[in-house]
Design a protein around this ligand. Structure first.
Ligand SMILES: Cc1ncc(COP(=O)(O)O)c(C=O)c1O
Length: 404
């Protein structure tokens, strides 16, 4: 079970919270989901780590960070200690979890480690993140495998229909299912355990793209019944950028390799392989526990999620009412983000219009929010974080209504 049982130190969220973040004043930042904001406390913790490293870089990198076989192994490798802490938060054990730069690296490592054969199918929901779908298509093409996209309804009205759709998409050739935990453009919390169970029942291994899940929703990796879980900590876990994780089930660890092969390959030890992919800055990974501390000690995990979810949920209803559509998504499928359709009068549902509106919202109204095209409509995806409040939704509402 994840280690999230810490109670709230009664924070005051919204504008007052901006004091904890380096965001420039005056704007409405509704895009924590794409590019998370690092809290000042975490930036300081990272700066302290960098100072510590630079006091004796060689000792730190070769003797303290991890075991590279160039010296006696450190008693408590720093990277493993950080991994243990993160793993406990995500319902996993540290020896099943490695750091990667981002969810993309984690997904790519797994895809590259599977010996796909000609005719194999990789099952992917049509709501998958574009970069991840492209990585799967690239690897499939190299091996003569194919991608099978499964259509999931959007707007969503019923989580069990998603499980059924995945089940129906499985064929005797399905070699892997690549499932989101929280989808990107559509911002839906997927019924992942049910989808994974459907795959497992048909002997199909599951790789999860959990880019938006850690921090945003409760994640109990080992309880999900999946094979691999790739995720970001630099979105909703307040780690500095270039901080992601990859977890693998015990039977999936042998033969799992990072994108960059280095010394660890000789030792037949997947943890060493991932822990050293050449000389790089380890400070974002080592600062991940500071992000967890910020969530636990300054915000309170439950209070943070409650605030973010309430803003997203109520914001969607409010904008829905204003803009004339009925909100029918089940509440359990909404976490800290929500995608809302923009009024039709704003123009055709094409990429050029989406770009124009996004630019206008940022440059004319100071609102950073992604605008995407989906199912013949334009959607704004709102990310709600502790520094946001109702006034940001109001500001978006007014700005959209002033656009032509
Ligand atoms: C669902 C999903 N997967 C993967 C990614 C890629 O994340 P990163 O760029 O940190 O690798 C994103 C980015 O927003 C995402 O939304």
């Amino acid at each position: 079970m994840p280690d999230t049982q810490i109670t709230t130190p009664s924070p005051s969220f919204g504008r007052a919270m901006l004091a904890e973040f380096p965001l420039e004043p005056g704007g409405a930042y509704l895009n924590h989901g794409t590019v998370g904001v690092t809290p000042l406390a975490v930036m300081r913790a990272r700066a302290d780590l960098l100072d510590e490293i630079e006091r004796h870089p060689s000792r730190f990198m070769i003797r303290e960070l991890m075991s590279l076989g160039m010296s006696a192994p450190p008693k408590a490798p720093r990277l493993r200690a950080a991994a243990d802490r993160v793993a406990a938060f995500l319902g996993a054990s540290g020896n099943g979890l490695v750091f990667v730069d981002n969810a993309s690296s984690g997904v790519n490592a797994v895809l590259r480690s599977i010996d796909f054969e000609p005719g194999d199918e990789i099952l992917i929901p049509d709501q998958a993140y574009g970069g991840v779908a492209r990585a799967a298509a690239f690897i499939a093409r190299q091996r003569g495998a194919t991608i099978k996209f499964v259509e999931l309804s959007f707007p969503a009205t019923d989580a069990s229909a998603f499980v059924d759709a995945i089940e129906r998409g499985i064929t005797p050739r399905t070699r892997l299912a690549l499932l989101d935990h929280v989808s990107s453009e559509t911002a839906l919390v997927m019924p992942l355990a049910g989808m994974a169970a459907a795959c497992r029942a048909r002997g199909v291994p599951v790789l999860v793209d959990g880019a938006h899940a850690p921090g945003a929703i409760d994640v109990d990796i080992e309880g999900l019944g999946v094979d691999w879980y790739a995720a970001n900590l630099h979105k909703w876990c307040f780690a500095p950028r270039s901080c992601g994780v990859l977890w693998a089930a015990p039977e999936r660890r042998a033969g799992l390799h990072p994108g960059v092969i280095s010394w660890g390959i000789s030792n037949d030890d997947w943890l060493q392989e991932f822990d050293w992919t050449g000389t790089r800055d380890p400070s974002p990974w080592l600062a991940a526990p500071a992000g967890l501390d910020f969530m636990h000690d300054v915000l309170g995990v439950a209070a943070m999620r409650e605030h973010n979810h309430r803003l997203a949920w109520e914001g969607a209803q409010r904008l829905g009412e204003r803009w004339g559509w009925r909100w029918a998504t089940p509440e359990a499928m909404v976490g800290c983000m929500v995608s809302v359709p923009l009024p039709e009068r704003l123009g055709p549902a094409d990429v050029a219009t989406a770009q124009r509106l996004r630019d206008a919202l940022l440059f004319e109204h100071g609102i950073e929010v992604p605008v995407v095209v989906r199912n013949g409509a334009l959607w704004a995806r709102l990310s709600m974080q502790v520094y946001n409040d109702e006034s940001d939704i109001e500001r978006l509402e007014k700005a959209v209504e002033s656009l032509s």
